[in-house]
Design a protein around this ligand. Structure first.
Ligand code: TXA
Ligand code: MG
Length: 341
């Protein structure tokens, strides 16, 4: 793996573009999380992403494009709303699901008739996309983690996930991802019949989308396309995770610790407790920025349980609450089981 361990410079970016053009995998920073990139028009390269991640074949990946890329090259039947959203939020943390152009490999779209497209704003991602195929290519890139794990927000997280992975040719280091949770995904592929649909909440809110296109995105129903980020259990560390309302947290923590449990904490207010903890800001932007690093750090702490002080049920916290709910999904009932034991 080529990896200088320092911020990617022009030479590293150019070398990475060459590796990608040769069909290799390169991890690169984006403003949301790090991506595991491959040439979106090379089916073997895209297949290598699935192999490296251990990801099921029917889960589509997002195609990342350079600023000013031709949306009509990657997609078809582009509605005006898509052009408005791209103009308003690209480069940035918004993915648009649109009807796919016929030359998009099945592997990119998971066999569906749609494709997810996003232009990231991280300067290293933009430089890479401009260098790759002279800015005319697209990089298929899911988050650079093993399937189901917490997404990486630093180059070190990527090395922790894939350090020994021979399929990964290089990791570009662009520092910590500024947003910290994955892009907002809005499905515009069935606009006429279903309206815009919010497949994954993120930093760009449903209200911001509505302000641009004049229509509030709805929530997905059963017929909505599959998004792996919408699997109930996802973004999860290996240590069980449980969320508790702020009012319940101190007493439950005291009981668990009284029973000898090692409890790690993610809190946004001052709370007692003997174990390792991460205190995140009590506003959603700073909280999202620190969340995945906190989950990874506490996953290494040897705790029996990561207890999370539940953030407010407010719209601005939608993206954070969505990721926390999924991290905790596989451990539901764990606190009760520990208290009974
Ligand atoms: O912020 C992000 O979106 C990051 C960075 C690297 O750009 N990428 C990311 O990729 O989160 P991934 O693969 O971990 O999650 C992409 C989500 C998945 O839930 C996938 O199912 C969904 O996007 N998706 C991609 N193409 C789709 C499509 N055609 N229809 C429905 N969902 C799609
Ligand atoms: Mg992912």
């Amino acid at each position: 793996m080529q990896d200088s361990g320092v911020a990617a410079d022009a030479a590293a970016i150019s070398a990475a573009a060459t590796l990608l053009e040769a069909g290799r995998l390169v991890a690169f920073p984006t403003e949301t999380v790090y991506g595991l990139g491959a040439d979106a028009e090379n089916p073997q390269a895209v297949a290598a992403i699935y192999a490296a991640k251990g990801r099921p074949q029917d889960h589509p990946v997002i195609v990342h494009v350079a600023p000013g890329a031709d949306l009509d090259y990657w997609t078809s039947d582009v509605p005006e709303a898509a052009r408005q959203l791209a103009a308003a939020f690209w480069p940035g943390p918004l993915t648009l699901i649109l009807k796919r152009a016929s030359h998009i490999p099945d592997a990119v779209s998971g066999g569906q008739d749609t494709v997810g497209v996003r232009c990231p704003s991280h300067p290293v991602a933009i430089a890479l996309l401009r260098a790759f195929k002279g800015g005319k290519g697209g990089l298929a890139a899911p988050s650079a983690n093993k399937f189901g794990n917490v997404s990486p927000t630093t180059a070190q997280h990527v090395r922790d996930e894939f350090g020994a992975e021979p399929l990964l040719a290089a990791v570009l280091d662009g520092g910590p991802s500024a947003v910290g949770i994955e892009s907002t995904i809005v499905d515009l592929s069935r606009l006429a019949t279903h309206g815009p649909v919010l497949l994954r909440p993120g930093h760009i809110s449903a209200q911001q989308i509505a302000d641009v296109i004049g229509q509030m995105p709805g929530l997905p129903d059963q017929s909505a396309p599959r998004a792996s980020g919408t699997l109930e259990s996802h973004y999860a560390p290996h240590t069980p995770v449980a969320m508790l309302a702020p009012a319940q947290l101190p007493a439950t923590l005291a009981r668990l610790e009284g029973m000898g449990r090692k409890v790690a904490l993610i809190v946004y207010s001052a709370t007692a407790g003997a174990g390792p903890r991460v205190c995140l800001p009590d506003e959603p932007v700073g909280y999202a920025y620190g969340l995945y690093a906190a989950l990874r750090e506490l996953d290494q702490s040897g705790a029996d349980l990561i207890l999370v002080e539940a953030p407010p049920h407010a719209l601005l916290w939608l993206g954070v609450n969505d990721r926390l709910r999924r991290a905790a999904f596989g451990s539901s009932g764990i606190v009760e089981r520990f208290l009974r034991a």
